[in-house]
Write a protein that binds this ligand. Sequence first.
Ligand SMILES: Nc1ncnc2c1ncn2[C@@H]1O[C@H](COP(=O)(O)OP(=O)(O)OP(=O)(O)O)[C@@H](O)[C@H]1O
Length: 557
Amino acid sequence: MSTNPSFSDTTERSRDFYIIVYTIFMACSIVLTPLSRNLCYWIFMKASKRLHNKMFSNILQAPMRFFDTNPSGRILNRFSKDMGVIDELLPRSTLEALQVFLVMAGILGLVFLMSPWMVLPAIVLGALFYYFEVVYVTGAQRVKRLEGVTKAPVFSHISSSLCGLATIRSCDAEQMVVREFDSLQDEHTSTCCLIIISSETFGFYLALISATFLSFVTFQFMIFGGGITGSATVGLVISQAMILTGMLQIGPRQTAEVASNMISVERVLQYCKLNKEGPFETLPANKPSRDWIEKGKLIFKNVYLRYSPDEEPVLKNLNLEIQPGEKVGIVGRTGAGKSSLISSLFRLANIEGTITIDDVDVSSIGLYELRSKISIIPQEPVLFSSTIRYNLDPFGKSTDEDLWNALDKVELKSAIESLDQQVSEGGSNFSAGQRQLVCLARAIVRNNKVLVMDEATANVDIGTDALIQKTIRDNFKDCTVLTIAHRLNTIMDSDKVLILDAGQAVEFGPPHELLQNPDGAFTKMVKETGTIMEDRLRIIAQEYYELNLPKEKDKNT
Ligand SMILES: Nc1ncnc2c1ncn2[C@@H]1O[C@H](COP(=O)(O)OP(=O)(O)OP(=O)(O)O)[C@@H](O)[C@H]1O
């Protein structure tokens, strides 16, 4: 029986009111929590995709110098580890840190409301907490950076071990490679260990701070008992302060986690701001005629090439004129600059001076256009893990008949069952010679006026070498062909031979004419092959010279 109906009604009404308010809050929380989480994840995913795409396109357009100075492991690490952190860990840790700090702010607000004097110990403990946080975050970031740095060599080691597996096994060097791997792995693991230890130590100091705060909250009732009214309020303050203890453990660690995960963002951003090669597209004002390169006349004028601005030039004052359709052999000792000459043609490094092809300065042409107009067969043939059709004609511009014709010309028709036959990774289901022949067939399909061979026959047997030379003579008759060779017989039947030494052209002319100079660099190189070979080479040079004498005379008249 109620003694005071009006008081009872008011209490009943206010209880109902609070239950309704509480229910509304709960309903809002149920709806808003997943909504806000999804919104945050959507924003994070969008940012991560943009970062990935930007980094990828920047790396594709980076100059060759970038790949010379950055090991593949480091680049792979940005795409695997760092992108993994940005995709998976960063959104979670950021959201959790945000939530924990909001809850902490709510609890502190409640404690201060109920017991304002708690602000004083909170300020002192907050300052202490800030100090620990700064010390920990600074250290954690450095250790995390170190972890990234020590991880890249592990990746590089694995990828180079896989590449050189045959050599490792043949040299019985498995144990050495395992030891190297273990030492790299140990270094990386020790940084991981450091991350865990520093995090645990930080946690210990946070536990001390939160325990002190909880003690203050609890003992205040004994000291200032009258300050807080009602046992319910006391219970509320203590239970909230106890939640704060847990939050104080999670929150700062999450903040530190966010800060260290942000290092991955910093590392990805580094690769988003790389210098680019280029320009890739030709400016409309410099657009050459549609059928440029029509003849294949190359002129090098005072060309210097440097791989890095602060290094000495590798090609020095190169002056050459290569006539349309000429077959030029390039020889020189190792490091003489033969491959660098080819790099200058493709603008793979910084060049000074001018290189013109059919009277068009290559520096005025976009890289896409320039590089697509020159065919190259490198020493290591490049095959894609796709069909034979794709390997011969990646841009799908030729008919099947053209592709079969090209395969026929390199005598691969019988070895290929169908244009849809798959090529394994790196062309491993083809022999080294066959891979070169597929590259040669690709060059035939491409039908460019300038062909470059960079020691293309160094790894093939003499039969395939001869077939490649014959195919080039038959199919690239009207093309300008530059051949870097270390087998001198490959270039003895060239129209001209260029001898490079320390980045300079020391001799340039028909091989037979160069051999008439007994003190010439070319003569010395031929003599070094031994008397029998020298005689054979001289005969080849002479026969080719006499055979082409009428052609030369025609050209001159
Ligand atoms: N990517 C590069 N970055 C820096 N320097 C380079 C680079 N490539 C070559 N060099 C330097 O340029 C010089 C000429 O090298 P290049 O590869 O052109 O010689 P090469 O005549 O083709 O030698 P090889 O016959 O051994 O292939 C060498 O001293 C080499 O150290």
